[in-house]
Design a protein around this ligand. Structure first.
Ligand code: NAD
Length: 468
């Protein structure tokens, strides 16, 4: 019988990476503990990120759709909303899921230990209570660090949680702001710009790089810029934010763009300039665990430089996405258990932004493929040519596929439009299996579906589209 405080795997952090790693460990017959400092399991994603924001975004999408009721032949009165209920629903969704994670821990016999975990020699994990006292010491054959990340701010900008806020405060605002400046047009900036604009806030989105969603295909980002601008979002890309002043009466953001200096006044400012790993107070220095650029350094088996210590998810560096964290959690534990498996395939990671139109991509963009030395063939299929898209009233956007010209292998995909975040899964599988345009073209896609756009775009790249 092992000692009660001796585990094969101790995971620090109960977000999607950590709790998935703990479940995987239990599945493989390892004795696992999950240390979590917050009352609720599920981490940022489940409580303050992916899930509640997807609830809010769905509500924004519906609100906009109700406004289009006439287009579908409906006569409805003035469509309104109760802001408190809009926010409340997103909290209920998060609440339900966090209870689901508690259930999964019990089902898999993972011991959940409440408190702040810190590495100690052994390796061991000291778990401290809210007073900072060591409440338990867990002996661990392996430790998986899964402590996630937190929002960054700009130098000299204090976030007061009232006027100058992060996404966490933005998703539970008591009142809808009249105006909002958003700094940073990555996934958070763009999703919140869409959300608040849909409910009537005057939104200005500021981005330092030349395009919004800088990691996305330039053409797709351009289409999204046009679409959001048409919806009413003010967008300024390629700007330099010089100062942010927040006071009780609102905020002033001073920035420099192509037309010179601008002072933007708004009720609030939302900081969405990226995240930094939670590497502090973890005892990394005690064991000599190396960090690089604010993240724990790992190899392709998620191992740190110290034997027995792994790191997964946001704390192990970009891309900081929940599905990456979960996949890294499974991989780390598989390697711990001596499972024969390949390291993660990072060439087909999906990137999704849940504004409307949605944006999703995987693999190389056209520019990246060319830069990597590929001769490319590019296929496009606009949803305006899709029967299903027209029937659904969702004809905006396109599927864009990038192939290697020589062998026809799929290198990357970018989709903008309705359900893009669902459609991208097929392309991830195709890339993982090193599929060519022929496999995509010869796979029957149900008619009518939006997914036919994938098949058609594959055909279009090689002059074989049938419905264009
Ligand atoms: P991000 O890194 O994706 O985007 C930050 C943006 O801020 C970048 O476009 C960057 O160029 C810009 N920026 C940086 N400094 C700036 C400045 N001084 N002025 C103007 N712009 C500036 O980070 P995020 O959007 O804050 O999201 C945090 C993390 O959470 C990311 O890893 C993101 O992928 C993840 N996330 C993912 C989703 C999703 O998958 N749908 C949703 C939300 C968050």
């Amino acid at each position: 019988m092992p000692a009660p405080d001796a585990f094969d795997v101790v995971v620090i952090g109960g977000g999607p990476g950590g709790y998935t790693a703990a479940i995987r460990a239990a599945q493989l017959g390892l004795r696992a503990a999950l240390v979590e400092k917050e009352e609720k399991l599920g981490g940022i994603c489940l409580n303050w990120g992916c899930i509640p924001t997807k609830a809010l975004l769905k509500q924004a999408e519906l609100y906009r759709l109700f406004q289009r009721a006439g287009e579908f032949g409906f006569t409805v009165g003035q469509v309104g909303f109760d802001w408190k209920k809009v926010v409340q629903r997103s909290r209920q969704v998060a609440e339900r899921l966090h209870q689901g994670v508690e259930y999964l821990m019990k089902k898999n016999k993972v011991e959940v230990v409440r408190g702040r975990g810190r590495l100690a020699q052994g390796p061991k994990v000291e778990v401290r209570d809210s007073k900072g006292e060591v409440a338990r010491t867990l002996a661990a054959r392996h430790v998986v660090l899964a402590t996630g990340s937190r929002p960054q701010t700009l130098p000299g900008v204090q976030l007061d949680g009232a006027q100058a806020i992060t996404s966490r405060e933005a998703m539970v605002l008591e009142q809808l702001p009249q105006s909002l400046a958003i700094i940073g047009a990555g996934a958070i900036g763009v999703e919140f710009a869409y959300f608040f604009n849909a409910f009537g806030t005057q939104v200005t989105l500021l981005e330092a790089l030349p395009q919004i969603l800088p990691r996305e295909d330039e053409e797709v980002a351009g289409l999204l810029t046009k679409s959001l601008a048409k919806q009413g979002v003010q967008i300024a890309a390629g700007v330099q934010v010089c100062s942010v002043k927040a006071g009780a009466k609102g905020v002033e953001v001073q920035y420099r763009g192509k037309d010179g200096e601008v002072v933007l006044k708004a009720e609030k400012v939302l900081m969405a300039v990226g995240v930094v790993g939670n590497t502090e107070e973890l005892g990394l220095e005690t064991l000599g665990v190396k960090t690089v650029k604010g993240a724990v350094e790992v190899n392709d088996r998620q191992e740190t430089n110290v034997k027995g210590i792994c790191a997964i998810g946001d704390v192990a560096g970009p891309p900081q996405l929940a599905h990456v964290a979960a996949a890294e959690g499974v991989a780390a534990v598989d390697f711990i258990a001596g499972h024969q498996r390949a390291p993660l395939d990072r060439t087909s990671i999906p990137f999704c932004t849940y504004c409307q139109p949605q944006v999703a991509s995987m693999g190389l963009s056209e520019a990246q493929a060319k830069k990597a030395g590929h001769q490319v063939k590019v296929g496009r299929f606009p949803f305006s040519a899709s029967g299903k898209a027209l029937a659904a009233g969702e004809s905006e956007g396109l599927v864009k596929l990038v192939f290697d010209a020589k062998y026809g292998e799929l290198l990357g995909a970018s989709i903008i439009g309705a359900e893009a975040t669902e459609l991208i899964a097929e392309l991830g599988l195709a890339r993982h299996l090193e599929a060519t345009y022929e496999e995509l073209l010869h796979t029957m896609h149900a008619h009518p579906t939006l997914s036919e756009g994938v098949m058609e775009a594959a055909g279009e790249a090689f002059g074989l589209a049938l419905n264009l």
